[in-house]
Write a protein that binds this ligand. Structure first.
Ligand code: SF4
Length: 354
């Protein structure tokens, strides 16, 4: 084993124990690589815990490219630059800023977290890990990410990227969706996190998962820590292993498109997932059996594959929760992404068809 601080660049046979055999070298190589070629993201230029929380929550289910290129992060920080502004913002505006990202409970939780900070912490972002973790929507990973990136706290981070990296580094063939295996990965992450450069170290680990140790075929030849990887030269793409994947469920939704002059009928979502968003009204299949579809499309949500069939009934009875909205004000209403696309398509159809 190399003595602490002795970390030469020669590539030898990877140790069977993975990075735990030479933790200092592992950290040093990872950080050195990141300092040389780490990417510059807006949330890496700030130590504001609120801005970091926003980025972490946004990136939970969304790719970095989407968040950046489609302006989600920039727009959110412009509309809600601080905790106090977000805490008092109208929910419609919060959902509109999130529109297209899906999993709207994330946006609602961010606002609830802002309210809790104003109410319980006099508007000052809490610094203790347990207090961050008590904020709505901030789980173990998110709380540690805020503490590490905002205050350089030596907290380990384990997300999907890190699970994959550690399963490969440690040649772990146990199913990573098993809670006991997950806990073991947290322990490895805790043993390796840098005590004084956690911000850099954790950023480097994330970047390794995004660019090198990717879900498909990892680029082991370019990996800065291949010397420490027990999967190097073997079959790293076969890891991580999972016990089971949730089957996709096929469902069909029947919606109606009814326009009267310059107004269109919409329904307010009440379900937990998309509550507060407006979409085309739903009807039972029997209720629209006589109305031929004007448009059929499909979209995915969690493990559901949804076939959305839109009908255009000649007459309609307005139900509770349904309202007429001016067509030229639709951009101001929060709407689930698939319904926004469908509605835009319908509005662009020649008058005879729509
Ligand atoms: Fe190991 Fe290859 Fe992943 Fe590097 S990229 S950690 S060498 S599997």
């Amino acid at each position: 084993m190399a003595a602490s601080g002795d970390c030469d660049d020669r590539d030898g046979k990877p140790p069977a124990a993975g990075p735990l055999a030479e933790p200092d070298c592992f950290r040093r190589r990872l950080i050195r690589w990141f300092e040389k070629c780490g990417r510059d993201y807006p949330w890496r230029r700030t130590a504001d815990p609120y801005a970091i929380l926003v980025s972490e929550v946004m990136l939970q289910q969304t790719r970095i490219a989407t968040v950046l290129e489609r302006g989600y992060y920039r727009r959110w920080m412009e509309w809600f630059p601080d905790v106090a502004t977000l805490a008092t913002a109208p929910e419609d505006k919060v959902l509109l800023a999130w529109e297209g990202l899906g999993y709207y409970s994330r946006a609602r939780n961010l606002q609830r977290a802002a309210v809790a900070i104003v109410r319980d912490h006099a508007g000052v972002f809490p610094r203790r890990l347990e207090e961050i973790r008590a904020l709505p929507g901030a789980g173990r990973y998110t709380a540690a990410a805020v503490a590490s990136f905002a205050w350089n706290a030596p907290e380990p981070l384990v997300d999907g990227n890190v699970v994959r990296i550690f399963a490969r580094l440690m040649a772990c063939d146990d199913p990573v969706d098993d809670p006991g295996v997950r806990e073991r990965i947290w322990e490895w992450a805790a043993a390796l996190v840098s005590r004084n450069r956690a911000r850099l170290y954790n950023s480097a680990l994330m970047e390794l998962g995004q660019r090198i140790c990717t879900p498909g075929q990892p680029a082991c030849g370019e990996c800065p820590v291949r010397r420490h990887c027990a999967s190097f030269g073997g079959d790293p793409a076969s890891r991580p292993r999972k016990a089971g994947r949730r089957a996709t469920v096929e469902v069909t939704e029947h919606a109606v498109y009814v326009r009267r002059g310059k107004r269109v009928l919409l329904q307010l979502e009440t379900g937990s997932r998309r509550r507060g968003l407006w979409r085309l009204p739903f009807r039972s299949p029997d209720g629209v059996a006589a109305d031929p579809p004007v448009l059929t499309t499909s979209y995915s949500i969690t493990h559901h594959r949804v076939r959305l069939v839109v009908h255009r009934p000649a007459r309609i009875r307005r139900l509770d929760g349904e309202e007429w909205h001016p067509v030229d004000r639709l951009a101001e209403l929060p709407m689930p992404g698939p319904f926004r696309r469908v509605l835009n398509q319908l509005l662009e159809m020649p008058a005879g068809r729509r």
